[in-house]
Design a protein around this ligand. Structure first.
Ligand SMILES: NC(=O)c1ccc[n+]([C@@H]2O[C@H](COP(=O)([O-])OP(=O)(O)OC[C@H]3O[C@@H](n4cnc5c(N)ncnc54)[C@H](OP(=O)(O)O)[C@@H]3O)[C@@H](O)[C@H]2O)c1
Length: 334
């Protein structure tokens, strides 16, 4: 059996996650039971949801103390005890923070390399990134022509795609909110957003009021907290607010702060819409096909932030939460 290096959770973070909340261990992969495969992990997806798994009673699921940390990945089947997958197949699935993943074949999706290169299945074609952006914008936000759409966390993986998807679905203006002048310039100059607001450079509500004096028809929120509050002050009548995520709250899930300005929802006759991609399995095939077509035709621009080495998994999670990534954060393992 191959020797497996793993990053495991040593302790639950008390506040912001630290590098010493993790440990690196080595053991052998277990022999395969029927229905299982062993995958050599090529690349891991560093996603904001990972932070929520590090607390006991996590939002999505919890990493166990001494256990590997949940993370999506892409890799190559090196052993198979299931007829649906053969050695050499490239698959995506919940590989977790390790070099070899032994998991049920049914949890692996075979990568269709005629659609895109394998790492795209962690980005534009991943359930937690591209499919989230497409399904959320089309079926939850229900973008219609000419509307003003604001996206927070706009220079990150989901946000950078969500803004582009909104445009492709016919939004009138797309405004991104991100941290820093460089990320804001990236949104406008490279991704074709109409404008960008730097939330680190002062009053977001005031900046947004100047850029969108007619109000915000759709707000796609990845961030929560103060950013959500600022956008609520700028809602147009009958606006929709899609709660995709709240990364500003993930370091303190025991004391999540709701919006102070929620009464604007009533005042503007607006709708607050919760959204989780896992509740839309019937839309995944359409989302994959459409995102793949847009990717191949150059309509979608994808930026990746790539780091290397499993030992850098803790730093990658820390880096994502500190805004160190522009676009999709990938960790190359082998
Ligand atoms: N609903 C669903 O089904 C679903 C599925 C997937 C992901 N999501 C959500 O989508 C969001 C984005 O996830 P992702 O994996 O694509 O991560 P990401 O956007 O690539 O990375 C996180 C970004 O959040 C920003 N950020 C961190 N702390 C912040 C704070 N306190 N205030 C404002 N911005 C902050 C940073 O950018 P700056 O430099 O701009 O601060 C950072 O780059 C998350 O909320 C996640 O939970 C939801």
């Amino acid at each position: 059996m191959p020797v497996n290096r793993k990053v495991v959770l040593k302790s639950h973070p008390q506040g912001p996650v630290r590098l010493d909340n993790f440990d690196m261990v080595t053991d052998e992969t277990t022999p395969l039971a029927a229905g299982m495969v062993c995958v050599k992990v090529d690349c891991l997806s560093i996603d904001a949801f990972i932070r929520t798994t590090l607390d006991g009673g996590g939002f999505h699921q919890s990493a166990k103390l001494g256990g590997v940390v949940p993370a999506l990945g892409v890799g190559t089947v090196v052993e198979s005890a299931d007829p649906s997958l053969a050695v050499g197949d490239i698959v995506t699935g919940p590989m977790c923070s390790q070099e070899y993943a032994v998991l049920p074949a049914g949890l692996c999706g075979k990568v269709d390399t005629s659609l895109a290169e394998p790492k795209a299945f962690l980005g534009a074609l991943s359930i937690a990134t591209g499919l989230t952006s497409y399904v959320g914008m089309k079926y939850v936000a229900k973008i219609s022509g000419g509307e003003t759409v604001v996206v927070s966390g706009a220079a990150g993986a989901v946000g950078s795609l969500a803004g582009q998807v909104a445009k492709l679905l016919g939004a009138g203006r797309v405004i991104g909110i991100a941290g820093g002048a460089t990320k804001c310039a990236f949104l406008v100059d490279e991704l074709g957003f109409d404008a960008a607001v730097d939330y680190k450079a002062g009053d977001v509500s005031k900046q947004l009021g100047e850029i969108a004096p007619g109000g915000v028809d759709v707000f796609w929120d990845n961030v929560g907290g103060d950013v959500l509050d600022a956008v609520l002050l700028n809602l147009a009548v009958e606006a929709r607010v899609v709660l995709c995520g709240a990364v500003s709250q993930y370091e303190n899930m025991a004391d999540v702060r709701g919006p102070k300005n929620y009464l604007k929802i009533a005042e503007r006759d607006a709708r607050l819409l919760g959204f989780t991609i896992f509740h839309y399995p019937e839309r995944h095939a359409e989302a994959t096909a459409t995102m793949a077509e847009w990717l191949a035709s150059g309509k979608l621009i994808v930026r990746e932030h790539v780091e290397t080495g499993l030992e850098n998994f803790p730093a990658a999670v820390r880096g994502l939460l500190d805004g160190g990534n522009t676009g999709k954060f990938l960790l190359k393992i082998s």
